[in-house]
Write a new protein. Structure first.
Ligand SMILES: Nc1ncnc2c1ncn2[C@@H]1O[C@H](COP(=O)(O)OP(=O)(O)OP(=O)(O)O)[C@@H](O)[C@H]1O
Ligand SMILES: [Mg+2]
Lengths: 377, 602
């Protein structure tokens, strides 16, 4: 293998794939990045067997070939190279990669590409096209609600369902759930659904740059894998097996109290309350007060701790229905409000022991449910 | 049957049943009489577990010849004059009942001589029938020879435990008295074999070995505390040394053995959260207080006492024990690595026990006025704190305080331990144990409201109730303890036989699977365990925390590591987890220097 690439492209490609490098593995080759010539470009790939990321960069290829380079050493080296062009030449027999850039000349010990786990070659034709910006927003609104505890692995995933023109992402960690819908540009022939590790989706939203219009999602039949492909990158993830709970059925259909308030004010109040609730059990107490004839309703948010003190914010709100006191984990509130994009948000409740619902006002596509905390007064 | 007055012998046999229920009770009464008589040497001879012979010989004051027949009469005593005297009893005996009872159910010979009498007087009593007194030659002192115990009450004989048990009872009883009276030379001979021989030199640790065995005796920690007329002395086990029951807890109040559940609770309180659940300490503790502060006349065999100001006494008791315990509970050092932790420290205490503080007050007659006269001389006013600072526990140098040192994080190793620097060297902190302790104290704090009353721990409701199925014993426990569980933040609802729906979990546990959280709480409580409610709460909370704590093998961010150390510093008992394992190991700068050969052994 004999190739030349731009230092800038190589550094960028390595930064993308290095997230899939396995830091602790008994398989030494997993600490390496595969570099291979691929139809006129250079392919960089890393995998930890659950998640694999590939990135293609432009290259001048004089001689085809492939090898695997120690990820950390290579990334560190490339980041310090100062000249524009990097020339790489592999000695196949010794698996030594010679890297030259300006005055710098390095020989890197590599591992034969044969040892690298084969990456799937997807059939792009039955892929589903999803708008990148939409998908990134959906992931941001849903993935955080997935569980981080391995006790119920299915909940560490995000369910992605496709039905006709509609794509739905949903996730829950046992105390809260997020569901987000979006429209597809073209309908899928058959409804499909897969549970994808939340972590893989978060990586996807990181590597799928806004410059790209669409991402293609492929669920190769019978492989329990999902592949997301853009022009220059590809992400492969194992799916999570199991039955995903029917979250939609858990979303309350009605409410007794509904408060409409400014998302930004609510978020700010939660952030302040959290400073004080952090020490204790992260309890934010909400007091939703119905307004009268002349004055508006209010939502009072309180955070308190033995050690640090007590914080309270009162926000004007238009309140429909009866007054309501309810307590939530303030982190749950803050994380949900953080991903609500509309200027106003609706908080719907039925009682202090039943779920609270957050909906962006004027945007039907997203709903978030948080279970309350039961606290003695 | 018509009503009729019982014949004298029957009446006294019934009365005797109260005082003398087994051979060991006879030994106890006779020992107490000899101690009351100021004996410096007491020899007890027992044959056939006391059924054929119990003979107690002492060199005490003796009984004047003219009073001997009174000694065996019911309600005859030299130790009490008026009802008034009952409120400051400083002798072990006061009822004038023991000899009357013993002699009514045995064939007894009493031989006694006062110091200035020319000869001894002997009296034989058979089944309560007093014979003629005769003069015999004998040294000053008293010999009470009890033969054929219960010969005239066959029902009693039938209910005696096996000889092995009775013999053991006598051994334990004599040893406990020996420990309480280390300046009295005490010999016990059972069936011709000496089973206990104390020297009377005041060394309690020697006697402790007879009670617990040499190895354990060596590890026992010394307790010594004085406060406003109250005194507590004795020995307790370090936290690493425990038993599965309370049987090896010996408590004496003013020289009198007692079985006081409240005092025992005060002792356990001192070990609170330092011992694994279901484990109990060993202890031999001697409480002394002014005679008028304690009512000894509340139980037929004097096994119970009543304190006038019980709250004050229990808190003194707990505090003193806790202090001794904490003084010996530093983060275990390097030399504790190979042995069981906590162990290496006894040597310090042993050395200290040679100090006069412990043995001095006991050199005089123990039981009599132990609380008053023999208390160390009153401190000059204004010097109290200094005096306290001289108690042995404070004299040990380098005994770290109960609080955690201020720790500066160095890093994490093996994803399990935090390395930290303290003012006096290096600390290794077990992240799991430390986090358990932090959670435990947080949860206990949440569990008590501002007024110190048990309140409800905040609960996080679940999106979907979790279905948990439990084995029968665990299911029963859950069913019985639904309200306790609710207090602790578990909202659980029965859902058919052995099945439950968990609707909410304590906030601290919201990071984990609800079903698993409930299961671990109840699954391995032993079948026959019926812990006290308060104990159960603490146990359940300890379990909750064990589950919720970060595991070994979990990588923590630097911020998380720092937060953990910070939270640990804020704990009340930062050095152990709620189950009693250490949270930290201390390697002093001194030790490091020696290990690196920078400095020779000191
Ligand atoms: N070993 C002894 N040496 C000297 N005097 C004794 C001895 N044993 C008994 N006495 C005398 O006999 C009396 C009666 O003894 P007894 O044990 O029956 O009653 P007590 O000790 O006074 O009260 P209690 O029934 O509470 O033991 C005692 O008060 C004491 O004067
Ligand atoms: Mg007596």
């Amino acid at each position: 293998m004999k190739i030349s690439v731009l230092q800038e492209n190589l550094a960028h490609g390595l930064s993308i794939v290095s997230r899939a490098v396995s830091s602790r593995s008994t398989l030494p080759v997993l600490a390496n990045v595969l570099i291979a010539t691929d139809e006129g470009r250079l392919r960089l790939s890393a995998t930890n067997l659950e998640l694999g990321i590939t990135c293609w960069i432009g290259a001048k290829i004089q001689e085809e070939g492939s090898t695997t380079v120690p990820a950390r050493t290579f990334t560190e080296l490339v980041s310090t190279l100062t000249d524009k062009q990097v020339d790489m030449n592999l000695n196949v027999r010794t698996q030594t990669l010679n890297v030259r850039c300006g005055a710098s000349n390095t020989d890197l010990k590599c591992i034969d590409a044969q040892e690298f786990p084969p990456m799937p070659v997807p059939d792009l034709s039955d892929g589903i096209q999803i708008n990148v910006a939409d998908l990134k927003e959906m992931i941001q609104q849903v993935a955080f609600a997935a569980s981080t505890d391995d006790a119920r692995p299915i909940l560490t995933g995000v369910q992605v369902s496709l039905n006709g023109n509609r794509i739905t992402l949903s996730a829950a960690d046992g105390f809260r759930l997020s569901v987000r819908h979006a429209e597809l540009s073209s309908a899928v022939p058959n409804p499909v659904s897969a549970v994808i590790p939340a972590r893989a989706l978060v990586e996807l939203s990181r590597i799928a740059t806004d410059g790209e219009q669409v991402v293609t999602m492929i669920l190769p039949p019978g492989r329990s894998q999902v592949i997301f492909r853009t022009r220059d990158t590809e992400l492969v993830s194992q799916l999570i097996d199991g039955v995903f709970p029917d979250l939609v059925q858990l979303i309350p259909k009605s409410y007794r109290t509904r408060a409409l308030l400014s998302t930004a004010s609510f978020l700010k109040a939660c952030k302040q309350a959290e400073i004080f609730a952090r020490e204790g059990s992260r309890i934010a107490r909400l007091n939703v007060q119905a307004g009268g004839e002349m004055q508006p309703g209010t939502v009072e948010i309180t955070g308190q701790s033995e050690e640090t003190g007590h914080n309270q914010t009162v926000i004007d709100a238009s309140v429909e229905g009866s007054s309501q006191m309810i307590a939530f984990n303030v982190r749950f509130l803050r994380e949900a409000l953080d991903v609500i994009k509309t200027p106003n948000v609706a908080l719907e409740t039925n009682s202090d022991t039943s779920p609270g619902v957050l909906r962006p006002v004027g945007e039907e596509s997203f709903v978030h449910v948080i279970m309350p905390m039961h606290v003695s007064n | 049957m018509p009503i009729q007055t019982l014949p004298q012998e029957v009446a006294s046999q019934i009365a005797a049943g109260e005082v003398v229920e087994r051979p060991a009770s006879v030994v106890k009464e006779l020992l107490e009489n000899s101690l009351d008589a100021g004996a410096s040497f007491i020899s007890v001879k027992v044959e056939e577990a006391g059924k054929s012979l119990i003979e107690v010989v002492d060199d005490g004051a003796g009984i004047p010849a003219g009073e001997l027949h009174l000694a065996v009469a019911r309600h005859a005593t030299s130790k009490l004059r008026s009802a008034e005297d009952l409120f400051h009893i400083s002798t072990l005996g006061f009822r004038g009942e023991a000899l009357a009872s013993i002699t009514s159910v045995s064939r007894t010979t009493i031989t006694s001589r006062t110091k200035d009498a020319a000869s001894a007087t002997r009296l034989r009593i058979e089944g309560g029938i007093v014979g003629e007194a005769s003069a015999v030659g004998a040294p000053p002192g008293t010999v009470v020879r009890v033969e054929d115990l219960f010969y005239n009450v066959p029902a009693r004989l039938k209910f005696l435990k096996s000889d092995v048990t009775e013999k053991r009872q006598i051994d334990i009883l004599a040893t406990r008295y020996a420990l309480a009276y280390p300046h009295v030379r005490l010999h016990l001979i059972q069936d011709g074999k000496p089973t206990l021989q104390t020297s009377g030199n005041g060394n309690q640790r020697e006697i402790l070995a007879a009670l617990y065995g040499a190895d354990i005796a060596r590890q026992m920690l010394e307790v010594y505390a004085q406060e406003e007329g109250l005194g507590l002395r004795g020995f307790i086990s370090p936290v690493a040394l425990t038993r599965s029951n309370r049987r090896e807890i010996t408590l004496f109040v003013n020289g009198r053995p007692v079985q006081d559940t409240a005092l025992t609770a005060a002792l356990l309180q001192a070990y609170h959260t330092l011992l694994m659940v279901g484990r109990y300490p060993l202890a031999a503790l001697f409480l002394s207080l002014p005679a008028e502060e304690v009512d000894v006349n509340v139980h037929p065999t004097k096994a119970e006492v009543r304190f006038r100001e019980s709250g004050k006494i229990f808190s003194f008791f707990t505090r003193s024990v806790r202090k001794a315990l904490m003084a010996a509970l530093p983060a275990p050092g390097m030399d504790g690595f190979s042995s069981e932790w906590g162990q290496p420290k006894w040597r310090n205490l042993d050395r200290d026990s040679a100090q006069p503080t412990w043995s001095e007050p006991l050199r005089r007659q123990p039981a009599v006025d132990w609380g008053e006269e023999n208390a160390p001389p009153p401190e000059p006013p204004g010097e109290a704190p200094v005096q306290e600072a001289q108690a042995p526990v404070f004299q040990q140098p380098r005994v770290p305080s109960l609080a955690a040192p201020i720790l500066r994080l160095v890093g994490q190793i093996a994803s399990a331990y935090l390395v930290a620097e303290g003012p006096d060297g290096l600390y290794l902190v077990d992240q799991h144990a430390a986090h358990e302790r932090v959670l435990y104290e947080k949860m206990m704090a949440q569990h008590l409201d501002a007024a110190g009353q048990p309140g409800k721990i905040p609960a996080q409701a679940l999106l979907q109730p979790a279905l948990v199925e439990l084995p029968a014993a665990a299911a029963r426990l859950v069913t019985e303890q639904l309200s306790l569980l609710e207090h602790l933040g578990f909202e659980v609802e029965p859902f058919g036989p052995g099945a439950f729906l968990v609707r909410a979990v304590p906030v601290l546990l919201s990071g984990m699977d609800a079903g698993a959280a409930l299961r671990v709480l109840v699954e391995d409580f032993e079948e026959d365990e019926t812990p006290l409610q308060s104990e159960l709460e603490a146990r359940v909370i300890a379990r909750v925390c064990k589950r919720a704590a970060v595991k070994a093998g979990q990588a923590l961010s630097a911020d998380e590591q720092r937060a953990l150390l910070h939270d640990l510093e804020a704990c009340q008992s930062p050095r152990t987890c709620p189950h009693g394992r250490p949270t930290m190991i201390h390697l002093s700068v001194d030790l490091l220097e020696r290990q690196f050969g920078r400095r020779g052994a000191r």
